[in-house]
Each structure stands twice: as structure tokens, then as C-alpha cells.
Design a binder for this molecule. Structure first.
Ligand code: SF4
Ligand code: SF4
Length: 345
């Protein structure tokens, strides 16, 4: 495993990090096994979030006594001061540490998010105080909206920016990454497997390794998965014609059904929380049906309000058939919900 400096944070991190959503669907013992395997194989960067169910608790239990060897990153999706302060304290407690190397504002994609975060005596001021107090070493931000991500980088408030980047979602490479590099930010790539849509690690990481200063956060749910990716990083990287053809096949397959989570489709006049609902298939794949149904209830229930007006379709830059896809995901969610209910009876 090679190590890189994460922009102006000066943190030394493994050239591939561990994105800790998939451990949600593992038992505590299985998760500990996978996390420890990653650490033994040289992965030092572990990225989690308050909303990833028991992910922080599993990391905390897996790495007792190993804190100095890790770079721990977490995030808060709250938009008010008390909420963010509460999330941070909870992260520290569950991760069994008294500081985080990186704390990120999670999924800042809308203007309203930005305004709330930067409001007087709001979340930004709270995390800056937390940094002064030594609870946080560096401040970062994650987004799925390119325009907003560029804006956030330009504020110079953050040391790290995290954005989707993979061979399907390449937009960050043309403007966001060059700008962030110029300003010295560390670059984290979420969704190296295109949010679970790509099962060919070889192809996924061959693409990403062409950008050595972009640190992918790979989600692992097995020791074999860790080994496969770490082994790949021990070979020379060469993208062949065959790899390019495989990437193209995925692009064609996913092209008209793949939500990039940019949120341009919102707001919905009927109050449907469109973007997370559009990702229900991916969430179910990553968390497993029962946990996904519980986790997604808040937004999946809003899909019932859809009147198929098509306003969102007009705003989607990828022309996704949103109402049709939402219907399919609602049916899948209902199926998972009922199966979960039967199991618990
Ligand atoms: S089609 Fe449905 S989800 Fe889209 S804007 Fe109309 S009501 Fe909302
Ligand atoms: S449905 Fe379209 S506009 Fe909405 S988040 Fe997905 S890709 Fe973006």
C-alpha cells in the first residue's frame, strides 16, 4: 500500500480508503473482521457518518488501541448548531476517540443547506470551535451537486472535498478537481463502484488509479473484497482497450437508469423527497432489505404522494424516467417492509 498526503491537511492516508456504509449489513463480529483486515492490509483512512446506522460503533469496537494508526473521518447531515454538536459528540463516543482527523458537512447540495450551515452561531461556527478545542483536526464537505461543490471549494472554508467520482460519474474531473487542487484541498472520491452498480473492481480501480491524488473510499463487506482491491493496488496500473470497452458497456447499461444524486429535480410540488427515493435500489443492495426499508421509510413514504406531473423529469439533466422509477422502488420498498414485518412477527 502506498500513502498520499491529503491536500493541505498534511494527513498521510492510504491511497485507497474504506467507505464504511456496507459494514452496516454485517454483524458486529463480521464487520470487525473486515475492518481489521483492511487495517492489516495497510488501509488507514476510514470514512463514516452519523447516519450510517451502527457503522461508527463497529469501527470504534474494531480499532480499540489502534487510534494512532488511523485517520478517522465522519460527518453530520444536521443543519443546526445543536444538531451538529450532538452528532459530533456521538461520533466521538461511538468511535471511542477524543478527536476526528476529518469532520465533514454531509451532502451539502442545496442553497438552503449552505445558508443554514453558515448562519450566525450555526453549524460552521460550532465546528470551528470544536476544531479549536481539539475535537476535530480538519474540516471537509461532501456534495453530489457539482455547482454547489465548486462553490464550497471557493469559500476556502474546507480542507477536503468529497464528491462522487468513478468511470460513470466523471464530471468532478473537469472543474471541481482542478480547482480544489489549485486551492490545496484534499480530494476524496465517493462511490468508486458507482454506488454498488459496478461489480468489476479491476475496471473500477483501473480508472481511479489514473488520478493518484484522488483517494477513493471503497465500501467493503468482506475480507475477500478488501484483499481484491488491496491486491490490485500492488500491481502496475494499465488501462487496456478491453477495460475501456468494459467501462463503455457499463455506461450503456446504466445510462438511462442511473441517478447521479445531483438534486436538480427537487423540489417536488407534492413533497416527494425524490433523490434518496431514486437511490432505494442501491440502498437496499448495500444495507440489505430489512435495514434499507427501516432506514428509508421517511422518504419512501413520500413517494405515495407522486401525481406523475413530470416536473421533475423536465429538470433532470439525464432525462431519467423519475415517476416510473419511483413507482418501481416504492413497490420494492413495500415488499421489503412487509417481509421485515413478517420476520419480526
Ligand atoms: S412526477 Fe411525481 S415526483 Fe416528480 S415532480 Fe411530479 S409529483 Fe413530484
Ligand atoms: S433524478 Fe435526475 S435530477 Fe434528480 S438527482 Fe437523480 S440525476 Fe439528478
Amino acid at each position: 500500500m502506498r500513502y498520499r498526503i491529503l491536500g493541505k491537511t498534511g494527513l498521510e492516508v492510504s491511497e485507497v480508503g474504506f467507505g464504511c456504509i456496507p459494514i452496516i449489513r454485517l454483524s458486529m463480529d463480521e464487520a470487525i473482521l473486515v475492518l481489521r483486515r483492511a487495517q492489516e492490509r495497510g488501509i488507514t483512512l476510514f470514512d463514516t457518518a452519523n447516519v450510517y446506522l451502527d457503522s461508527e460503533e463497529k469501527i470504534g469496537r474494531a480499532f480499540q488501541g489502534l487510534r494512532q494508526q488511523l485517520v478517522l473521518a465522519s460527518k453530520s447531515m444536521k443543519r443546526d448548531r445543536q444538531g451538529v454538536e450532538g452528532d459530533l459528540d456521538k461520533s466521538l463516543r461511538l468511535l471511542k476517540t477524543d478527536y476526528l482527523d476529518l469532520y465533514q458537512f454531509h451532502q451539502v447540495s442545496q442553497e438552503a443547506d449552505f445558508q443554514a450551515l453558515t448562519a450566525p452561531d450555526g453549524p460552521l461556527e460550532a465546528v470551528l470551535r470544536a476544531r479549536e478545542a481539539g475535537k476535530i483536526r480538519h474540516l471537509g464537505v461532501t456534495s453530489h451537486n457539482l455547482e454547489m461543490a465548486v462553490r464550497l471549494v471557493k469559500t476556502d472554508l474546507f480542507s477536503v472535498v468529497q464528491f462522487p467520482f468513478n468511470f460513470i460519474e466523471t464530471a468532478a474531473g473537469s472543474e471541481l478537481h482542478p480547482l480544489a487542487r489549485e486551492r490545496g484541498l484534499g480530494l476524496l472520491a465517493m462511490k468508486p463502484f458507482c454506488g454498488g452498480q459496478v461489480d468489476n473492481a479491476q475496471v473500477a480501480f483501473k480508472f481511479l488509479r489514473q488520478f493518484p491524488d484522488v483517494i477513493p473510499l471503497a465500501g467493503f463487506d468482506s475480507v475477500a473484497g478488501v484483499d481484491e482491491v488491496v491486491d490490485l493496488y500492488q500491481t502496475d496500473n494499465q488501462v487496456t482497450e478491453e477495460d475501456l470497452a468494459a467501462m463503455e458497456r457499463y455506461r450503456v447499461e446504466l445510462g438511462d437508469r442511473f441517478c447521479r444524486r445531483c438534486e436538480y429535480c427537487q423540489p417536488c410540488p407534492q413533497g416527494v423527497i425524490i433523490t434518496p427515493a431514486m437511490l432505494y435500489g442501491i440502498v437496499a443492495h448495500r444495507m440489505g432489505p430489512a435495514k434499507a426499508a427501516g432506514f428509508s421509510a421517511k422518504f419512501m413514504e413520500t413517494v405515495r404522494q407522486c401525481e406523475e406531473c413530470g416536473e421533475c423529469v423536465d429538470r433532470c439533466p439525464y432525462n431519467l424516467p423519475i415517476p416510473e422509477m419511483l413507482k418501481e422502488y416504492l413497490a420494492l420498498y413495500d415488499q421489503h417492509r412487509l417481509a421485515g414485518k413478517e420476520e419480526s412477527e
